[in-house]
Design a protein. Structure first.
Length: 407
């Protein structure tokens, strides 16, 4: 099923090097939706800004204009680290724009030389200047050298293009009694291309394919329709799930639950309830047959990190699998996100948990109601999700009623 992607963005072979006081090659990856540098590269002095606080920008205001700005990152170990990094980047980008930066270099949040992608903008427009991640050891070395005077050449081989049509993959098992009502199980098919996207998010796509295969092989149909969705465009800005919601807006009232799986092969410990505590008894009941597998810790939080967001903004009850980080964080969006990192034993256990949830939600005699806009607004404020939506570039659409439920 097609949907519009607002912007095409691809990276070729990007390069960077210190050109003074001596030649030092650097390993970089363009940040998603960075514009390209000039074909001959961008040459400018380097200014190190620590972690990019407002104080650092004020202190370096006289040297930042026209410079390549280097901003440090902590090593990302926990989910809190990752979301904290996402939240801090938009203000840093705005400070850099206001300071007249020529480019931004973010020190990698992975150990040693591991390169990865990290989203800087919402994916509808390009960043205001070239931006890249520099391998951690290279970045730390640059920070040590910066006060002595460093000049860099940055060459980001980026190709961009206009809106194009991308595709989601959908399949369903029709319900036997209430086929018009839908339980949707989703994962995202796209990945950043440095690795092969095995953990983010090929593993969960494979899991849903296997659950669909096994449900079909049983020959039994649940009370409601189960629809499986493999979204694309998630990494660029949740565009696949947004496209689905827009294409199926007339069906939103009939979506009784949406469950999203997007965190590698770490064991599922329970589900985020999307800020809706009233969903807890229904989810607990759906997971009761697999209680021995440990998916018992439902959480009432709400986050903006994956394909449930536009369903939440439509008021549809939604769940996101909470998973043990395992080896997900160290390989997130990185060259190391390859098939050998997948824990197939844990993935099979997760499949049992997910299958129990999906089947029993589709079988449940009762359904949870869809929220109206006033209830969604209250949820966003109560959970702090409004601030996350601003960082992820979603808030403007919600605020202008071009995204989410209007009434």
């Amino acid at each position: 099923e097609t949907f519009p992607m607002p912007l095409r963005w691809e990276e070729g072979h990007s390069q960077a090097q210190v050109i003074a006081p001596e030649a030092i090659p650097l390993r970089v990856a363009a940040m998603p939706f960075s514009p390209a540098t000039p074909k001959k590269g961008l040459e400018a002095p380097l200014v190190s800004l620590g972690e990019g606080s407002p104080e650092e920008f004020r202190r370096r205001a006289d040297t930042a204009r026209g410079a390549i700005l280097l901003v440090d990152s902590k090593v990302l170990v926990t989910w809190e680290d990752l979301f904290g990094d996402y939240m801090r980047l938009p203000p840093i980008m705005e400070r850099a724009r206001a300071a007249g930066a020529a480019a931004l270099l973010l020190v990698g949040g992975r150990e040693r030389g591991l390169l990865y992608r990290h989203v800087l903008t919402g994916g509808e427009t390009l960043a205001p200047f070239p931006a890249a991640i520099v391998a951690r050891e290279d970045g730390l070395r640059l920070a040590r050298l910066a006060d002595g005077g460093v000049r860099l050449r940055l060459n980001l081989a980026v190709t961009t293009g206009p809106e194009f049509q991308a595709r989601n993959v959908l399949a369903e098992i029709r319900g036997r009694e209430r086929p018009e009502e839908i339980v949707l199980a989703g994962a995202h098919l796209d990945s950043w291309e440095l690795g092969t996207g095995a953990l983010d998010n090929g593993a969960n796509c494979a899991m849903l394919l296997d659950i669909a295969r096994q449900m079909a092989s049983l020959g039994a149909r649940p009370r409601r329709t189960v629809r499986f969705a493999l979204f694309t465009g998630e990494e660029q800005g949740l565009f696949g799930s947004l496209g689905y919601v827009r294409a199926h807006r007339a069906e939103m009232e009939r979506h009784t639950m949406v469950a999203i799986f997007d965190s590698g092969t770490g064991r599922i410990t329970g589900f985020s309830l999307g800020g809706r505590e009233e969903l807890r008894p229904k989810v607990d009941a759906a997971l009761a047959p697999v209680a021995g597998l440990g998916a018992t810790e439902q959480t009432a939080d709400a986050s903006a990190g994956t394909d449930h967001v536009d369903f939440l903004l439509e008021g549809v009850p939604n769940l996101v699998a909470n998973q043990v980080p395992a080896n997900y964080m160290e390989n997130y969006h990185a060259v190391s996100d390859t098939f050998d990192k997948a824990d197939l034993r844990e993935l099979k256990i997760n499949a049992a948990i997910a299958a129990s949830l999906i089947w029993n939600l589709a079988e449940s005699p009762e359904r949870s109601p869809r929220q109206d806009r006033a209830a969604i607004e209250a949820l966003l404020k109560r959970t702090g999700l409004d601030d996350q939506l601003k960082a992820f570039g979603v808030w403007e659409g919600w605020d202008k009623r071009t995204r989410g439920r209007a009434d």
